[in-house]
Design a protein around this ligand. Structure first.
Ligand code: SAH
Length: 247
């Protein structure tokens, strides 16, 4: 007898509002037998989950969720594993593939992209990402702080626009201050900064400020911060990084 081959689709929900989720993700969730995810994200898609087996668990249980997804797919089930934003950007795609390889599993895996926080935030701020940019997570849970600092330094030296994910949490408050100090070694205090909390979802808050003043603003784990390059400017409340067109 041939074994029924299950599958896992790792899907990105986008920034949070269902209008910003791509139709392919919507269809994958509709077609799933089992939906696995962190509770906050499962709550976002509740209207789509009727009649499905739903498994939600807490924060920092990423590997458990992936192991479960692979095991259930091996039983022949059609599984969806949900991630916020884009699953391939600090999301569940990498962990799922690592767990699959570690188990030598032959299940099918499909990764469906989503709008990542930085694109949602950029759209609300104007056009800050029109030139080369880097994304750096300030979370040192899985990455050494020394490595993060080195990347910040070189991003600043290279005059990249810099987007910060996981900028500050209740227990992690000094990293954002150090990040600003490092950026100020290569950029002046007037450099435009955009701070977006809850980008493209309920409760969105958009702040346009500067590198010298940004630490006075509210920044937390539902916030993404975008720091301009040396050419970025603010006009009528919007942040613009020029692409280089002659107008
Ligand atoms: N996979 C996600 C990122 C997960 S890391 C994505 O692609 O967007 C978690 C961090 O992402 C948060 O600490 C915050 O910095 C950022 N983030 C995620 N969604 C956000 C939103 N809607 N608004 C602002 N920041 C968000």
């Amino acid at each position: 007898m041939t074994k029924v081959k299950g599958r896992v689709a790792v899907v990105g929900l986008g920034p949070g509002d269902l209008d910003y989720m791509i139709p392919a993700v919507y269809k994958a969730i509709q077609g799933a037998e089992v939906v696995i995810g962190y509770k906050t994200y499962i709550d976002l898609i509740k209207p789509l989950l009727e009649g499905k087996q739903v498994i939600n668990n807490g924060m920092r249980k990423e590997i458990e969720r992936c192991q479960l997804a692979v095991e259930m797919a091996e039983e022949g089930k059609n599984v969806v594993l949900v991630s916020s934003g884009d699953p391939g950007i600090y999301g569940m795609a990498g962990a799922l593939l690592e767990v699959k390889e570690e188990k030598n599993s032959e299940i099918d895996v499909e990764i469906l992209p989503g709008i990542t926080a930085v694109s949602g935030a950029a759209a609300s701020l104007g056009a800050p990402l029109m030139h080369d940019f880097v994304v750096i997570s300030l979370s040192d849970l899985l990455t050494e702080w020394e490595v993060i600092k080195k990347r910040l330094y070189h991003a600043a030296a290279g005059d990249f626009v810099v987007a910060l994910y996981n900028p500050k949490s209740m227990g992690r408050t000094t990293q954002i201050q150090e990040a600003v100090e490092i950026l100020l070694r290569h950029r002046n205090e007037e450099t435009p900064v955009g701070i977006v909390k809850n980008a493209k979802r309920h409760g969105e808050k958009v702040v346009v400020t500067t590198l010298g003043k940004m630490l006075k603003e509210e920044i937390d784990m539902t916030t993404v911060v975008i720091i301009g390059n040396s050419n970025t400017y603010i006009k009528n409340g919007k942040i613009i990084t020029p692409r280089g067109y002659s107008l």
